[in-house]
Design a binder for this molecule. Structure first.
Ligand SMILES: [Ca+2]
Length: 356
């Protein structure tokens, strides 16, 4: 609106006036502070058609409203009862609304004018004017720290919130979703006990004509994840992705279910690690010979655990892939054959993570 013509178009019955402490909150909102009337007085405020918008268009029709002055003198300062996410929350998922609960009904315009949030969004109020929800409408940049304050907001009687310290802080509200594909850096060939990658770039899991069983071992370097050194990243999802060439015989002879286990190992796998007990979360994949060629195995919990240990354990995460039974002794190969092509990142680990 045009400030001058709009302010001049405001009138009261009985007579009153917008005092010097009145102010424009924004281009659409004018706070008119009037001389204190007697309690119980009914006051009608009118905005006449001489009020113009910024382009000079007049108000098409006069507007008026009547209110009654309260009989009590409210001098209690409002406070913030609660806010969610809680102050200091890290990380905050992108798009999470900020909800602030006040101790008493608030002047919506005052709160919206004083709430300083460095992101785009809009406000929603409850009917009692005691709770405001700020709904962000933008996708934030990774790592954004959001600060907000409701300091100097006023209730319906003009009492002011005084906050010290005034700033609330939510870290990582702009979490960015990122994918990382880690190829297995160690194409370990460990004979019949360990991984066996053949000359054609294939990884064999199961038994062979000599009744020798072969497990596969995969190692991935999680220190490539940004934020690994400081742990300022959150793993949302992680998948082990295997590329199947085919199956020989029947892996049902070995139990049928592919077991995906963590093993204790340092920066590289040694023969002593090969038969160690499973460590942490273990996974099972069914139908590895009948489903799609790309085999997705969710391994989120293991990667979360190993990622949190990156700073102290060198960042390597290890998997053992095997069937429950090493061989069924029939001198016929029963095995899952996977691609082992480092240039094509097969197998690979996909980690969806967020930094803050
Ligand atoms: Ca066999």
């Amino acid at each position: 609106m045009d400030p001058a013509s709009t302010a001049a178009a405001i009138s009261f019955t009985p007579s009153n006036t917008c005092t010097a402490s009145s102010q424009w909150i924004n281009a659409r909102m004018y706070r008119c502070s009037i001389l204190t009337p007697t309690a119980g007085t009914a006051i009608t405020v009118t905005v006449g058609t001489s009020a113009k918008d910024a382009a000079g268009n007049p108000l098409p029709a006069a507007w008026s409203a009547t209110f009654t002055v309260a009989s009590t003198n409210d001098t209690t300062a409002p406070t913030i009862v609660s806010s969610t996410p809680a102050n200091g929350t890290t990380p905050v998922t992108n798009g999470t609304p900020l909800v602030i609960q006040f101790s008493k009904p608030m002047d919506r315009g005052s709160v919206e004018a004083h709430l300083r949030i460095a992101v785009t969004g809009h406000f929603q109020w409850n009917a009692a004017n005691t709770q405001v929800t700020y709904l962000p409408t933008q996708v934030y940049q990774p790592g954004l720290t959001l600060q907000w304050t409701a300091d100097s907001s006023q209730d319906l009687s003009g009492n002011t919130i005084y906050e010290f310290p005034a700033m609330h802080e939510l870290r990582g509200i702009g979490l960015g979703k990122q994918d990382l594909v880690v190829s297995a850096p160690q194409a370990v060939t460990l004979g019949t006990l360990g991984s066996r990658a053949d000359a054609l770039g294939m990884l064999l899991i199961g038994d062979d004509a000599r009744n020798q069983g072969t497990d596969a071992f995969l190692s991935f370097d999680l220190s490539a994840l940004p934020g690994a050194a400081t742990s300022k990243a959150a793993v949302r999802q992680a998948y082990l992705i295997l590329s199947r060439v085919g199956c020989e015989g029947s892996v049902a002879n070995l139990g049928g279910t592919l077991l995906v286990e963590g093993i204790a190992a340092g920066s590289s796998i040694a023969s002593a690690d090969l038969s160690s007990s499973p460590l942490g979360v273990a996974y099972q994949a069914q139908n590895v010979c009948s489903g799609p060629d790309e085999i997705f195995i969710p391994v989120t919990e293991k990667i979360r655990a190993d990622f949190s240990a990156v700073p102290t354990q060198g960042g390597i995460t290890h998997f053992r892939l095997r069937f429950a039974q090493a061989t069924n002794g029939d001198h016929v190969p029963d095995r899952l054959v996977l691609n082992w092509r480092r240039l094509l990142e097969e197998p690979k680990l996909r980690v969806v993570y967020e930094t803050y």
